[in-house]
Design a protein around this ligand. Structure first.
Ligand code: ADP
Ligand code: MG
Ligand code: MG
Length: 877
């Protein structure tokens, strides 16, 4: 029989896949002998089973849950639903990886109208008992029954106003009793039934709700953002309650063993006296820093510090912990490896190496490669900031500078971002429903909440600037404005926030790119020693190339030559070439382009200082170069001494029904070999001259795009070779050069063995290869892909993350076939995927020689390549 339920004392940290992260760590802490309220975990397999049974808990799972409950009753010496001294539990979700705020927790489960009386008597604290019950009704209604929680919050606020209470802690037992009746009324009105009184029903309903929450839209969105498979499922933890809301010697808090923003080694946390559960994170009251606990409850503080250090040493990583103090007794409720900013991650990893706790390899494997992106985020221009008007400041919750237009709802933020605007989301506090809007924002500013509030945690994860807890802000959402520092800022006005200092400024402020710390270099150096893949960049200009080299690029994997033609001075010349009616006229026009193209290549070769540069020949369909506006057409007609009608006709003749599959790539060179000739001359002359002038060891790499047939490549190659040899002879140079192709048409992958007989290298153009394999274009897919995610047909965007099972097969096949006819063929990838960590791992496994990505993603690719090498060592010959 399958075991669906594990007591905490039966599990350990290695059972994360089965017990979820939270459950596995609760079990591990139990094993370490730490003060953990006991309980049991319903496995992730039970969640999968729930879905397989058509969203039903099977009899076997149900029986094991109640068996677990019975054991828990025995351990606690209390009975579930008891009228004198009831056992109360929390029901907590926990997937394999932490998904903050995605799944909802229910506290104080087991209370009903009778049990609450016994509970009040037993604890001698009826205020506390009724407070626990009203919280339970509220959470159960919201999480399990999806009754709008605003209704309950509204009722609570009304009660506070009626009783003249500032905080919820000011309400008396009788006030709360009254409130419970109101709450039960809300429940009845919303659902047409009474609040369930049977604790066993409450428990099963709660477990089901956790299982269901695995598939709520927020969770699905989070999974897509973080590459988490949909079939993992979540575990459910049922745990005896401890109470932080029993008075002034009770409290609840969260803490990190190191600062999650900067990485500084120092316990970092917040707590609230006389509070329960989410109060700290939800920003109900502004919490106290953990150091204050030393004054409030010195013994608890010492014990807390001890356990925190024990946990960090045990897990050898920065811990994010949740604790509760019940009448002076400390309990730990959770620990996990803490989320942190990229900056903090680097510092912590380096310092743990220095402290002798982890090896450089472990340090490298621990950094989330995608998060490095954050480091490359901008900060404010120091000169601009001097002139700026500061209107307020609050907590520096997530670093980075952001400037944008103010919007007050997640939907508005999303909408305006889609319209191309930069948005700052300003909210009272954020909640998981806001996640898409937060993602769409440059920065987030909240009125409530500490450094560990939802807004702060999520923003740090996304690398979005966030300033939180700005109590001075007065928001008027209906009329669309807020006031701060004596200024009124309307919806759509610009503000700027600095998530590193917590400062808030009026208006738009110029930002500049980030600088990178010494820890970054250390990690990168370690990564470079470990990785097998080379990392190149996709760059068309010397400036981009230089930037990429600074980030560690070892060459250019893709230089697109067409971008060089859009310059105002050059475009008339390419247009003249396109509109030429004879080969001779075309050659004349092309010859005028040579100096420009050659100049560009020389500049590129110079900044690359001998590193390899792959230059791709003209790729887009020619109509892309022709004017669209009437003025431009008139100007061109005048310039070329033809009529506007002639231009219009030429345009019409270039019209294509499906340009993505039209007259482009090497097909241009097949019809107009003179284009390939011109480009070859420019490349070869540039390379030879820079080689002679600077002494760099340059070996030009010429890449022919969109090949699908060996003879097609052979045809273009012949043109290239003839021209190149002529240039060499003219310069009396013995320079070597390579000719290769992009593999971006499925047919090329299928016939890669034949094509490799002509090609000295392959570069997988996975953008086009993905388009052609899926049969939809990247530019149009946005319109329907969302429906595919919603209906779980695809889990992620195949243009962002390589489709390993489909497109990946073509890559593997082509790599293998290519090597079969040319064993030393050089293999790389130059699609967008070259900077995506999971795709980089795939390239490592497929045995490619290099990946090439945009300059800002070079560090990500370097790190991802090292992580892939650690996870999947290649056998070194
Ligand atoms: P999340 O994954 O969103 O952090 P948790 O399951 O950790 O959700 O629950 C949120 C909070 O609820 C915890 O930080 C803790 O304060 C409180 N809580 C959960 N279980 C218990 C319990 N058994 N006793 C007391 N408080 C609890
Ligand atoms: Mg938690
Ligand atoms: Mg292409």
């Amino acid at each position: 029989m399958t075991k669906w339920v594990y007591l905490f004392k039966e599990g350990n940290a290695d059972m994360r896949n089965l017990l979820g992260g939270k459950g596995a760590n609760l079990a591990e802490m139990t094993g370490l002998g730490l003060p953990i309220p006991q309980g049991f975990t319903v496995t992730t397999e039970a969640c999968t089973n729930y879905y397989e049974c058509g969203k039903k808990i099977s009899d076997e799972v149900e029986a094991q849950i109640f068996e677990g409950l019975k054991t828990l009753e025995e351990m606690q010496g209390k009975k579930f639903g008891d009228t004198e001294d009831p056992l109360l539990v929390s029901v907590r979700s926990g997937a394999r990886v932490s998904m903050p705020g995605m799944m909802d927790t229910i506290l104080n489960l087991g209370l009903n109208d009778v049990a609450v009386e016994g509970f009040a008597k037993k604890t001698g604290n009826s205020r506390f008992a009724y407070d626990s019950y009203r919280r339970f009704i509220q959470m159960f209604s919201d999480v399990v029954k999806e009754v709008d929680k605003a209704k309950f919050e509204g009722a609570l606020d009304m009660m506070k106003t009626a009783k003249g209470a500032k905080y919820d802690t000011d309400l008396t037992a009788d006030d709360l009793k009254e409130l419970i009746n109101v709450f039960k009324g809300i429940y009845r009105d919303a659902l047409g039934e009474d609040f369930p009184q049977d604790p066993k029903v409450q428990l099963l309903e709660a477990v089901k709700a956790v299982f269901r929450s695995w598939d709520n839209p927020r969770a699905i969105y989070y999974r897509r953002m973080n590459d988490i498979p949909g079939d993992w499922g979540t575990a459910v933890n049922v745990q005896a309650m401890v109470f932080g809301n029993m008075g002034d010697t009770s409290g609840t808090g969260v803490a990190f063993t190191r600062n999650p923003s900067t990485g500084e080694k120092q316990i970092y946390g917040e707590y609230l006296i006389n509070a329960q559960g989410e109060d700290v994170v939800a920003g109900v009251r502004t919490p106290e820093p953990i150091t204050k606990l030393k004054e409030d409850l010195p013994e608890c503080y010492d014990q807390f510090m001890n356990i925190a250090h024990t946990l960090e040493d045990h897990y050898r990583d920065m811990q994010d912990m949740e604790f509760t103090i019940q009448e002076g007794k400390l309990y730990f409720l959770q620990t996990r490896n803490g989320k942190r900013t990229a900056q903090a991650a680097l510092r912590i990893a380096c310092e743990l190496v220095d402290e002798g706790k982890i090896s450089p390899e472990e340090a490298v494997s621990r950094i989330d490669a995608k998060s490095l992106d954050q480091l490359l985020h901008p900060c404010f221009d120091p000169n601009a900031i001097k002139m700026a008007t500061e209107i307020g400041s609050a907590l520096p919750a997530s670093p980075g500078a952001a400037t944008g237009k103010v919007y007050f709802t997640a939907e508005a933020a999303k909408l305006h971002n889609e319209a191309g605007l930069k948005v700052i989301l300003v909210r009272l506090e954020t909640s998981p429903e806001d996640i898409e809007g937060m993602h769409a924002s440059e920065g987030i500013l909240t009125v409530r909440g500490g450094m560990t509030s939802h807004a702060a945690v999520v923003a740090r994860g996304m690398g979005t600037a966030c300033v939180s807890g700005c109590g001075e802000i007065d928001i008027n959402e209906e009329e669309g404005y807020f006031t701060l520092g004596g200024k009124t800022i309307k919806e759509g006005d610009y503000i700027s926030i600095d998530g590193s200092t917590g400062k808030i400024y009026l208006g738009e402020i110029q930002t500049i790119p980030a600088s990178i710390s010494g820890n970054f270099d250390r990690i990168m150096k370690w990564a470079d020693e470990i990785r097998d893949l080379k990392v190149r960049t996709n760059a068309d200009t010397p400036a981009d190339a230089l930037n990429a080299v600074k980030f560690g690029a070892e060459g250019i994997g893709l230089c697109r030559t067409e971008h060089m033609f859009f310059d105002a001075e050059r475009i008339p010349k390419i247009r003249r070439m396109i509109l030429s009616k004879t080969k001779e006229a075309r050659e004349i026009a092309l010859n005028q382009l040579i100096p420009y193209q050659k100049g560009d290549f020389k500049a590129l070769y110079e900044v690359m200082e001998g590193r390899p540069v792959t230059i791709r020949f003209l790729d887009p369909p020619l109509h892309e170069f022709l004017p669209t506006s009437t003025e431009e057409m008139v100007a061109l007609a005048k310039d070329m001494n033809v009529t506007v009608e002639e231009i219009a006709m030429a345009k019409a003749s270039l019209h294509e029904f499906n340009p993505m599959m039209g007259h482009r790539g090497c097909r241009l060179a097949v019809t107009y070999p003179e284009i390939a000739k011109m480009q070859t001359r420019a490349v070869m002359e540039a390379a030879i001259e820079v080689k002679q002038e600077k002494g760099y060891d340059i070996v030009p790499e010429i890449m022919i795009p969109l090949v699908g047939e060996k003879k097609e490549l052979a045809f273009v190659k012949k043109v290239v070779v003839e021209t190149a040899e002529r240039v060499k002879a003219y310069y009396e140079s013995d320079i070597e050069y390579h000719i290769g192709t992009m593999i971006e048409i499925p047919r090329a992958a299928l016939l890669a063995d034949e094509i490799a007989e002509e090609a000295e290298f392959f570069s997988f153009g996975t953008n086009d290869l993905t388009q052609m394999t899926f049969g939809f274009s990247r530019d149009d897919a946005g319109k329907f892909l969302n429906a595919y995610y919603d209906n779980k047909i695809y889990e992620s965007d195949p243009f962002a993350r390589l489709d390993q099972s489909g497109v990946g097969q073509l890559v593997e096949m082509a790599a293998q076939k290519g090597r079969s006819t040319r064993p030393d063929i050089k293999l790389g990838i130059c699609g967008e995927h070259g900077g995506d960590p999971s795709s980089v791992e795939f390239c490592h496994k497929a045995g490619l020689n290099y990946v090439s990505c945009s300059p800002f993603r070079v560090p990500i690719a370097r790190l991802a390549a090292a992580q892939a090498a650690l996870a999947y060592p290649r056998d070194k010959k």
